[in-house]
Design a protein around this ligand. Structure first.
Ligand SMILES: O=P(O)(O)OC[C@H]1O[C@H](O)[C@H](O)[C@@H](O)[C@@H]1O
Length: 557
């Protein structure tokens, strides 16, 4: 059986790490004046500089060989053509079809899915135009002013991140709110500022079975009826984005207001589907289509460009170098753009839920590291928080710097400071510094070791199109790494386990749940005293279940 770590290329990379570990990135630049030109590339409105990495020409060539010898060409073709590559959930993975713009068909099980996608796009177009124009009226004839997206995970992070990133394109009379946490203070805080007559709720949930979202949606409906009157038209204020039409309708949403998508769209890859409805409402349908267009262009680039000039492939390979050979545990993402402040959270789910796996697609445990811990926050804030550790700490953390070039009119000086700070940091991480205090020698507390790697990703401007390309770039980076590691990047059984046990604990709060560990039992005892009413209803449910009446559905997002 093929073992990645026994392959000739893998072992050559291990040896290369031994022989190049003391090399300095700055010396690569001295030795090769063309390094920046050679190790940077443009795709549409995105420019990637990957020259400040501890990656010599030889290392890069070997990494490309790793990609050549992997199943990447085949798996990429399988993904785009709707083959079942999410093997544990027995599903194709076709978020790329959602942004497919040509006339060519995309088949799933022999059926072209493009007409359905097109129909849903039309539905999003009609609806977003009605709301934006004020034609859509609430129960007492007023236009919508506030949109509340209720969803969590992939049904929150994508539209939330994109709406904030594209805030400057927002409809001036609409405000957007995102409620995700099951902590009641989240929804309470949002609702306390709203008028039910002018508020639209989007219940975003692929499965329509996620506890947090259903609780929040029920509380929102209760709030709506309490404030608007029991007879007020719920259907004019609640719509859903879901694959589970029946459950959405049972909640009280009109059939024509359920915006469908499909099982083959993974939650964290769903912002291109109806889950992106808040984006279309905020920036308009044309803007939403530009977002899809940017992603589609990145898809084309990913399919067509040779690996050595392929942005997602290069980013993936450099990541693999650090994770598997240099020993980095984490990857920092630092957007120097306040509008992208939700990007690190979005990428955290995208990367960590996709590649947080330790078993390969054949069910064998892997003997190499997989997905990194992804974290970060905006610059320049991060400079004054965690950069100290990155400069002088004992960890080795590769960084993705991201920024857009075009300044906001009226704030050119701010933008200039922002960009120069970013360039200064990337340079300082690489060059380091010698302290002034000679008596401390090489290890004085004033000196920075440098040789810390980073990529710089520049967007010409933070437009819907460039944002689409940026997100698709990271999606494909994650995919390439998953293929090389031979793991399934599209399931999330760890999350499912947590969901299941949460259900079990709440159902058994009143019983002596003696099969839980002593710690959980002890803590449950403390919780129980505060929730006598839940204990009773959980007990009733448990009894009903033993009578075989509980129809709890096993679904996966
Ligand atoms: O959209 P839903 O079905 O409500 O699922 C919401 C989220 O649930 C879990 O956390 C999954 O791991 C996520 O991938 C998913 O996005």
């Amino acid at each position: 059986m093929f073992q990645l770590t026994r392959s000739v290329t893998w072992q050559a990379l291990e040896r290369l790490h031994q022989t190049t570990r003391d090399e300095r990135i700055r010396d690569y630049f001295r030795a090769d004046p063309q390094r920046f030109e050679k190790m940077s590339l443009r795709v549409g409105g995105l420019f990637l500089d990957y020259s400040k990495h501890q990656v010599s020409d030889q290392v890069l060539a070997k990494l490309l060989e790793l990609a050549d010898h992997s199943a990447l060409v085949q798996r990429r073709a399988q993904m785009f053509s709707g083959d079942i590559i999410n093997v544990t959930e027995d599903r194709p993975v076709l978020h790329t079809a959602l942004r497919h713009l040509g006339d060519t068909p995309v088949f799933v099980d022999g059926q072209d899915v493009m007409p359905e996608i097109q129909r849903t796009r039309e539905q999003i177009k009609r609806f977003s135009e009605e709301v934006r124009s004020g034609e859509w009226k609430g129960y007492n004839g007023k236009r919508i002013k506030d949109v509340v997206n209720i969803g969590i995970g992939g049904s929150d992070l994508g539209p939330n991140m994109a709406c904030r990133a594209l805030l400057k394109y927002r409809h001036p009379e609409l405000s957007f709110h995102f409620v995700s946490n099951v902590d009641g203070t989240h929804i309470q805080k949002v609702l306390s500022r709203l008028d039910p007559a002018t508020t639209l709720f989007i219940v975003s949930t692929k499965t329509f079975s996620t506890q947090e979202t259903l609780l929040n949606a029920k509380s929102a409906r209760r709030w709506f009826l309490d404030n608007a009157g029991e007879d007020a038209d719920v259907g004019a204020h609640f719509i859903a984005a879901s694959t589970n039409r029946r459950a959405a309708m049972a909640f009280g949403i009109r059939e024509e207001n359920v915006f469908e998508f499909w099982a083959w769209v993974g939650g964290r890859y769903s912002m291109w589907s109806s889950i992106g409805l808040p984006i279309a409402l905020s920036i308009g349908f044309e803007g939403f289509m530009e977002l899809l267009e940017g992603a589609h262009e990145m898809d084309r680039h990913f399919i067509e460009a040779p690996f050595a000039e392929n942005m997602p492939v290069l980013m993936a390979l450099i990541g693999i170098w650090y994770i598997n050979f240099v020993g980095a545990e984490t990857q920092a993402v630092v957007p120097y753009d306040q509008a992208l402040h939700q990007l690190p959270s979005f990428l955290q789910q995208l990367d960590m839920e996709s590649n947080g796996k330790s078993v390969d697609i054949f069910g064998h445990p892997v003997n190499y590291k997989t997905g990194p811990i992804v974290w970060g926050q905006t610059g320049s804030n991060g400079q004054h928080a965690f950069f100290q550790l990155l400069h002088q700490g004992t960890r080795y953390v590769p960084i993705d710097f991201i920024a857009s070039l075009k300044p906001e009119p009226g704030f050119e000086d701010h933008h200039f400071a922002l960009l120069t700070n970013m360039l200064a940091q990337a340079n300082a991480f690489m060059e380091g510094s010698q302290g002034d205090n000679q008596e401390h020698g090489q290890h004085d507390p004033y000196s920075c070791p440098g040789n810390r790697p980073s990529s710089t990703l520049l967007l010409d401007e933070l437009t819907p199109k460039n944002l689409g390309a940026l997100i698709a770039l990271y999606e494909h980076k994650v995919f390439v790494q998953g293929v090389i590691w031979n793991i399934n990047s599209f399931d999330q059984w760890g999350v499912q386990l947590g969901k299941r046990i949460a259900g079990e604990i709440s159902e058994r709060i009143d019983t002596n749940a003696s099969d839980f560990d002593a710690s959980t039992q002890g803590l449950l005892q403390l919780v129980r005293d505060h929730f006598p009413q839940h204990a009773t209803s959980a007990n009733d449910k448990a009894k009903a279940k033993t009578k075989g009446k509980s129809g709890k559905q096993e679904t996966s997002p």
